[in-house]
Every structure is written in C-alpha cells, then in structure tokens.
Design a protein. Structure first.
Lengths: 303, 241
C-alpha cells in the first residue's frame, strides 16, 4: 500500500539547539496518528515541516510519493493543514474565505461551490456562510480553520490542536469527523489532552525534548501485564515466586496485577497457577492506559 | 498560480474600505489639482505661456499623483506580509501549492493592479479635455508610464519591508523612510554621482516631460527587482527558520 506520508530522518535545529531529533514516520490510509508531548516537545515544528511551512535541517518528507523539497507543489496539493492558530482572514465572510482557499489549492470554479458546501456541512457551518469570520466565536473560527483544511479533499490531514476552543459536544463531533475522514485519508493530530488522542487515534508518537520516545500503537502489541483473579487469597510473594511471573501486585482482595517473565506465555503461567492448586477465575490482558504510556515514556521508563 | 493569488489578493483588497476610501480621496484631490491647473493656465496671458497645457498637466497633475502613490503604497503593502505573519494566516499560503516566488509575485501584482486604477485617474481627467483642446497624448502616456513604473518600484520596496517585519506599523514606517530617502538623494549631490542616480524624482521628471528613455525605465525596474529579490530571499530565510 502506498504510504501517504513518509518521513526519513526528519530533523530540525534552531541555531545550536536540536528542536526535533531524526524522526521516521510512515502513514497510510486509515491511520490516525497522535503527536503527544509536553509543551516545547517539537509537535508543532514537526507538523510545520510536514506541511512545508518550515524547511527541515535534514531528512526527507514524502507526501503521496512526492518529495516535499523536490516536488513541493505536487506534494502540497495532498496536504490539508490546520495550524495551532487557525489561519483566517477576519474581514472576509466564511463563504468568501473558503472559496479563496479552494481556489488557492487549484480547484476549478465549477468545483468550488460543491467543495465549499461539503466542507461547511462536515464542519457544521451551513448557517454561517454569510457571517464575517471576526464575528464568529472561537469555536466557530476553529471550525472554519478545519473547513479550509479539508475543502480540497487532501490525502493527508495535519491538525495542530484541532479541539482547541471547542465545547465537549463539538469535540465529540470533531472526533467523529476525523474518524470518518480517516477512512480514505491519513490524519496527524496533536493535542495536550491524552483522552482526546486515546479516543481518536490508532497510533501515537510520544515526544520528549524533540526526541521520539515512543512510536507505535496506543496499546503496545507486546503485552506483559495481566489481571489475575483467584478464588483463594495468596500473598503477592507467593504468586511472584512462580517461574513464569516476574511481579505481582494486589489490586484488591482476590485480584492481582501480574507481569510475566520474558519468554513465558500466559498459558504457561496458567498451568503453573493451577499446579499450585489455586483456582483461577480470571486471567486477562491489562491494557496500559495512554497516560501510563505517556508517563513511562517521558520519564524514561520506555524507550 | 501567481495570477490566481493576485486575483484573490486584489479582490480581498477591493473589499476593504481602505481601498475605496483611498480611491475616492485620490479622485477628489486629483480633480481639485486638475481644475486648479486649468484655471491657472487659462488665466495666463499667452505671452507668458512657456509650456503648453499638456506640460502643465503632466508636471502638476502627475506630480501630485506621484506624491499620492508615495503616501499610499506603504500603507497598502505593509499589511500584505506583516499582518499575515502576525495573525498566522501566512500558513495558508506556505502550505498551499505555491512557491515563494508565486506568493511574492501574486501579492506584487495585486497591489500594482490596484495602483493602476489610481494611475488611470489623471489620464482620464486629461482625456475629458480632448473634445475642446489639442493635447499631446504621447506626453500624457509617457507620464502615465512613469506613474506606473513608480508604482511598481514603490510596491517592491513596500513588500520587502513588509516581509521583513511582523509589525505592519514598523513595515510602513521603514517603507516611508526609504521612499523619502530615495526622494531626497538628488538634493545636494552631484548630478553625475551614483547617489544622485538612485533618486527617483529626476527619472520620473524625464517621463513627465515626455522623454521615454530606456535608462529611466531600467532604473525603475531594476530598483523594483532588487527589492523584490530581497523580499524573496527574506521569505526563503523565513521558511528555513
């Protein structure tokens, strides 16, 4: 499958400081990648480099097979970008602004009306077409920013803090919209809100001081933590003494969180538990929450 | 794509009260000057008329038009980059399939397109006299060409300073300063010196007098290209960070 976005050792320095350390990304259709990291981690800088707003110090960006530096115009036709601050012209009406954006992205006059109507419908702006942008609320301005990013039906959507300024109902609508758009596109979004990323994305890159400290699925494939339920109530140390179990932590009376020794499978663990004469009522994978993942990654526990 | 952007920018400019207010003000001031020139010329005794009406119009009417363009251009150009840098809307252009050259030339053409409307006002005023008097059309067209070249040069200078600063006020002030300097460089300098050559009034005066010389046209175009080149360099630097 063709990668809609490929970055190869993409990095950025300002003066002597390395703001973004070499980053490799591959996104294909259906991927929703969340960029997560504390303030100043380099999320917006990565997005600006992917959109051609900022040149990388080294490395390559390829959008739909077009090199962003060698064939910028072909590459940029496939990008829809919503920066942190929506790029709006406050003295225009929503309709005028969106028509200009469509025209800028090379849409023909005959296509503009249909594209504008679709973008307005997707972003809930049907009633706001004749209103001046500066008279809209922050949430509606954010919607106009999103509408300009999708009006030309790009293959790659880059959204920097898209839920900023939206109320909870609008945030939920936005999540649904992003998931709907991602069926035939790739989406990158950044957010400070962990639950936002968890609810929307299927992949995450966690950044710490410009370095990618985790790049993968939101729930890692390599599962080593399990929730164990027993009919008996043994001591943690008794459970941890089994060869297949590395650690055991009592959650409450009969329930424990266990981690397996490397190389052991859950079935082997189950055999050993039953071998001790304990009756097992539950052994299920304990999904690591994004918050745990984020804290582990940014405090150095996960590389 | 430059033309698409020029069209968008021109339309955006024409939707502002500033554009229409400036045009209306220019029509009033130039009409006032036009009538004043006619009145003073018709009041002169024939023996005192060293120059014809066409020359009077090209010197006085086109002289005022040049001053108006000098005053208006920095206000128009200052917002074109500075304001978009400041409010973040430049990202619309930098992430669109446009090169820096297309962005710059689009904005340049939009302002020159607007200033062309101002350039036409003196010519249209003069053309109203054609039914009643014999005017030197070649002279008036030369002066119009001068005004157009002046607009391109001033726009190039204004765009450079706009690309240099995120503050439209500073961009406008820097443009005014440079334009004033270029207006005064021919004072107290030797006519053959390079500094004297850099001043625009003497080049413009030639065209006002009907002398269409390649050296004068080259002066205006070279100065415009020089500042546009600097602006392009600035935009590239900005993208490189």
């Amino acid at each position: 499958m063709l990668n809609l976005l490929t970055t190869n050792q993409l990095s950025r320095s300002f003066h002597q400081d390395q703001i973004v350390q070499p980053l490799d990304l591959q996104l294909s259709r259906g991927d929703i990648l969340g960029l997560l990291g504390p303030n100043g981690a380099g999320k917006s800088t990565i997005m600006r480099m992917i959109c051609g707003d900022l040149a990388p110090s080294s490395g390559e960006v390829e959008i739909c097979g077009f090199d962003l530096l060698q064939q910028p115009q072909q590459a940029k036709r496939n990008i829809g970008y919503l920066p942190e601050r929506p790029p709006l012209h406050p003295d225009q009406t929503v309709d005028e602004f969106l028509a200009d954006c469509a025209y800028l992205h090379g849409l023909k006059k005959a296509q503009i009306d249909a594209a504008r109507s679709a973008a307005k419908r997707d972003c809930g702006l049907e009633q706001s077409g004749r209103r001046l942008i500066r008279k809209l609320s922050k949430g509606y301005q954010q919607r106009v920013g999103l509408a300009q990013a999708i009006i030309h039906d790009p293959q790659l959507l880059v959204l920097d803090e898209p839920s900023d300024g939206l109320d909870p109902a609008q945030i939920r609508q936005l999540r649904e919209l992003i998931k709907e758009l991602a069926t035939d596109k790739a989406v990158i979004l950044s957010s400070h809100i962990l639950s936002e990323i968890q609810a929307t994305c299927n992949r995450v890159v966690i950044l710490q001081q410009g370095k990618s400290v985790y790049n993968g699925d939101i729930t890692p494939a390599e599962q080593t933590s399990y929730r164990l339920g027993l009919e008996q109530n043994p001591l943690e140390s008794e459970i941890a003494a089994l060869p297949a179990i590395a650690t055991a932590e009592q959650l409450h009376t009969d329930y424990f969180m266990i981690t397996l020794e490397p190389g052991y499978r859950p079935s082997e663990c189950l055999e050993q538990l039953l071998g001790r004469g304990w009756q097992v009522c539950e052994l299920s994978p304990a999904s690591r929450s994004l918050e745990q993942l984020f804290l582990q990654a940014t405090t150095g526990g996960l590389q | 794509m430059s033309l698409s952007l020029a069209w968008i920018e021109w339309r955006r400019l024409m939707r502002t009260p500033l554009a229409w207010g400036t045009l209306a003000l220019c029509v009033c001031l130039l009409s006032w000057q036009f009538l004043g020139t006619l009145e003073s010329f018709s009041g002169m005794q024939t023996a005192h008329r060293e120059l014809g009406l066409s020359h009077h119009l090209s010197l006085q009417l086109y002289g005022l038009a040049a001053v108006l363009i000098l005053l208006i251009t920095p206000i128009l150009t200052a917002r074109l980059f500075s304001e978009t840098f400041r409010n973040g809307s430049y990202a619309l252009l930098s992430s669109a399939p446009l090169s820096n050259l297309s962005i710059l030339s689009g904005k340049f053409l939009a302002v020159v397109g607007y200033l062309s409307l101002l350039v036409l006002i003196p010519l249209l005023l003069c053309l109203t006299l054609f039914s009643g008097t014999d005017l030197d059309l070649g002279l008036l067209l030369a002066a119009t060409l001068g005004l157009l070249l002046l607009s391109t040069t001033f726009t190039g200078i204004g765009l450079y300073f706009s690309a240099l600063s995120e503050n439209p006020g500073i961009a406008a002030a820097a443009s005014y300063g440079t334009l004033m300097l270029l207006s005064l460089l021919d004072q107290h300098t030797e006519a053959s010196s390079f500094i004297h050559w850099l001043a625009w009034p003497s080049h413009y005066l030639d065209l006002q007098l009907g002398l269409v010389r390649l050296s004068d046209i080259a002066y205006f175009l070279l100065l415009a290209l020089f500042f546009l080149g600097l602006a392009l360099h600035r935009l590239d630097r900005r993208r490189r960070g």
